[in-house]
Design a protein around this ligand. Structure first.
Ligand SMILES: Nc1ncnc2c1ncn2[C@@H]1O[C@H](COP(=O)(O)OP(=O)(O)OP(=O)(O)O)[C@@H](O)[C@H]1O
Ligand SMILES: [Mg+2]
Length: 417
């Protein structure tokens, strides 16, 4: 698929932007703090209605606009599809002050002019974004990895997204009931209804995560091999909160154990059906019931999942060098492009922010080769010379200054050594 146009109002340092985008490679150059990352962020926002970072979405609204309750953030774009049937779509996300005050903002999504739930936006424009800080995927907290899995899977499977949204509501309701049971007592049987929901939705989410991670691993291993001249074999391991191989009685004892403490080495999680997961989930839930009531918290389920990355049987989170973590993250993102392309029959739009700066020559060359299969990629850089003259010739070249984007003068981009 292709994003053919992007229109921004009050998005970060872009007060106003109208930009036509070409398919193939687009290289966006600019000095520091001019708006390169913001531009990719805007595309990501249009695709997911989320900021790449879990945080306050209001931060995306232009500072000056935030002082005025009549001004709002708007991102709009046109998407052209490769798949037969749907040819072009217009997507729009608006973040506007509610109740005439900039203290709170509300979001509105439109697809082809029709108001839709934010949930339903995801999947219309599929993107894979690589930011320098995405190394956090390997090195950061489990919640970063769960967020990554959720956004990737939501883009591929609308069903996953719906289950996830209901699951999150179930967790809230169930936690409220657990709190009530703890504070005011009552029959624990009241939990049965929420347990059933939790198990059914949770098993679906975990089964799909299991599938996605194994598909990712296959593709990422190839990428890692290429990026490291065959030296590194990458394993991507799912660490589900509920593993049918575990004995429910043991689960109750192990709950507080962090995954880091579990034995080193690669012990792949055996693929399970949603039913197997559901049965194990139900049994393990029963075993932790009293602890859940004491904690007033749902202690098992996909909201407690994690995954890890191993090279030479060692967890990259603990033992990986920064370069290794970065390469693994890149391999993962390129693998995500591949899995998305295979499952949706359309290549997603690839957004690479400042990806070259920390890569050595051979990794740069491997990365650029990998772009051949992508129908549209936007890459940012501070320095044209990070890209070979041949690559620069093949790309559409844009220049960003102070939130304005223009075609780059030719002599700046191709004629220098
Ligand atoms: N909500 C906002 N409103 C206005 N400006 C903002 C907002 N958020 C960030 N900025 C500013 O926008 C400018 C562009 O930021 P951006 O991260 O896009 O720069 P960049 O071109 O990627 O720079 P670098 O090369 O350093 O990564 C920065 O000066 C930043 O401080
Ligand atoms: Mg930047």
């Amino acid at each position: 698929m292709n994003l053919t146009s992007l229109s921004l109002t009050n998005f970060r340092n872009y007060a106003r932007l109208e930009l036509a985008l070409s398919s193939g490679l687009t290289l966006i150059q600019g000095a520091n703090a001019q708006g390169k990352t913001s531009l990719l962020e805007a595309v990501y926002y249009l695709a997911t209605s989320k900021s790449p970072h879990a945080g306050v979405e209001r931060e995306l609204v232009n500072w000056l606009a935030r002082e005025d309750a009549n001004r709002f953030l708007r991102v709009q774009g046109h998407v052209r599809h490769a798949a037969p049937g749907v040819i072009a779509e217009q997507l729009e996300v608006i973040l506007a002050p509610t109740n005439g005050s900039t203290a709170s903002y509300g979001k509105r999504v439109r697809i082809n002019g029709v108001v839709q739930r934010a949930l339903d936006l995801v999947g219309h424009l599929r993107v894979v974004l690589f930011l320098p800080e995405d190394i956090e995927l390997v090195s950061g907290a489990p919640s970063v990895r769960r967020r990554y899995l959720d956004i990737a899977l939501c883009q591929i499977e609308p069903d996953y997204c719906r289950s996830l949204s209901t699951y999150n509501q179930v967790i809230q309701q169930r936690n409220a009931l657990l709190r009530q049971l703890r504070d005011r007592g009552g029959h624990a049987q009241q939990l049965t209804f929420w347990d059933d929901q939790l198990v059914k939705l949770g098993a679906h989410l975990m089964q799909r995560r299991q599938w996605f991670i194994s598909a990712l691993e296959l593709a990422a291993r190839e990428r890692q091999r290429a990026l490291t001249d065959g030296r590194e074999r990458l394993y991507v391991e799912y660490l589900p909160s509920v593993d049918p191989a575990q004995d429910p009685a043991q689960v109750a004892n192990q709950l507080s154990l962090a995954y880091d403490v579990i034995a080193e080495g690669h012990s792949p999680y055996a693929a399970r059906s949603a039913r197997e997961i559901a049965e194990a989930f139900q049994a393990q839930l029963a075993a932790v019931r009293s602890r859940e009531i004491a904690a007033a918290m749902t202690l098992l389920g996909p909201h407690r999942d994690d995954m890890r990355f191993l090279v030479y049987g060692r967890d990259l989170r603990t033992y990986g060098s920064r370069g290794q973590q970065r390469t693994a993250t890149l391999a993962l993102k390129l693998a995500e492009v591949e899995v998305m392309t295979q499952t949706t029959a359309e290549s997603p739009v690839l957004l690479l922010d400042d990806v070259m700066s920390e890569l050595d020559e051979s990794r740069r060359a491997t990365l650029l080769q990998a772009l051949d299969g992508v129908t549209q990629a936007l890459l940012t850089t501070t320095d044209w010379n990070d890209f070979s003259p041949d690559f620069r010739r093949r790309a559409t070249r844009l220049h960003v200054t102070e939130g304005r984007v223009a075609e780059a003068p030719r002599d700046q981009t191709t004629d220098r050594p």
